[in-house]
Design a protein around this ligand. Structure first.
Ligand code: NAI
Length: 258
């Protein structure tokens, strides 16, 4: 096996990806299939997730399946993990990525809006990680998890007001570190990526003058593309990262350093 393959191959692995119907999850899923893994996608948009799995399977000649799962529902997650295990034979790695954003000033925010963002972005990440951890530990299997946090866990975005999102993502970083310590002796590594502004369906609706300001505030003067996160996720899932756990890998075109 050549060195590149030895370092970053996911051959023989089965990777569970949440939020893989579109955006970052879908782009990373394609790259994960390209480096040899089979895939399971969980997404609230069931049909879109199934179409993504079908297209990836065809393009990369890997097995890829999808289930309609709401990451805020622990029972749905547990049942889908059992089904996925039955269909794929096993699950090895998790890219825990589904998330939403809400831009609204705090004084206007309704209780249910705050709760919704926290529910998907924090509780959802927790419930999926918990179910996946239980799955691995009950089978005496080692594994790796990559959570999608955000640079919003470190900085406060401007000019949009999004306290619920920022708070949820800061919590994902701390949850990642907590799980990394709790599961270190089980051989389960837990890391997160913190993207800066990435152009996806999540950000495309935002006013153009704000997008221009985001680019201006980013040293590289542009937004990132979803595929520019794939290498980081593959690294953290792969055996190359065997000594990396509790890491928050910020990938933001330099936004957080200025
Ligand atoms: P997106 O909106 O394009 O994709 C998110 C996916 O998650 C969708 O397919 C959606 O159906 C799914 N999803 C949402 N709620 C769900 C639920 N309750 N259960 C199951 N699936 C659900 O967004 P994007 O940009 O791809 O974001 C992916 C992750 O990256 C999110 O966690 C987001 O917060 C994070 N992120 C995005 C950044 C950006 O600039 N786009 C920057 C930093 C972090």
């Amino acid at each position: 096996m050549d060195m590149l393959k030895k370092l970053f191959s996911l051959e023989g692995k089965v990777v569970l990806i949440t939020g893989g119907a579109q955006g970052i999850g879908k782009a990373v899923a394609e790259h994960i299939a390209a480096v040899g893994a089979d895939l399971v996608i969980f997404d609230k948009q069931g049909e879109k997730a199934q179409a993504a799995a079908k297209a990836i399977s065809k393009e990369y000649q890997r097995k890829a399946i999808a289930f309609e799962v709401d990451v805020t529902k622990p029972e749905e997650i547990a049942a889908a993990i059992e089904k996925a295990d039955a269909e794929m034979g096993k699950l090895d790695l998790l890219f825990n990525n589904a998330g939403i954003v809400l831009q609204k000033p705090v004084v206007d925010l309704e209780p249910n809006e705050w709760l919704k963002v926290i529910d998907v972005n924090l509780n959802g990440i927790f419930f999926v990680a918990q179910a996946f951890g239980r799955y691995l530990i009950s089978r005496n299997k080692e594994g790796a998890i990559v959570n999608t946090a955000s640079m919003s866990g470190t900085i406060v975005n401007y000019p949009q007001r999004q306290a619920s999102y920022n708070t949820s993502k800061a919590a994902v970083v701390q949850l990642t570190k907590s799980l990394a310590v709790e599961w270190a002796d089980k051989g389960i590594r837990v890391n997160c990526i913190s993207p800066g502004y990435i152009f996806t369906e999540l950000t495309s609706f935002v006013r153009e003058d704000w997008q221009d300001l985001w680019k201006e505030l980013t040293p590289t003067k542009r937004m990132g593309k979803p595929e520019e996160l794939a290498g980081a996720v593959i690294y953290l899932l792969s055996d190359s990262a065997s000594f990396a756990t509790g890491t928050d890998l910020i990938i933001d075109g330099g936004f957080t350093i200025v």
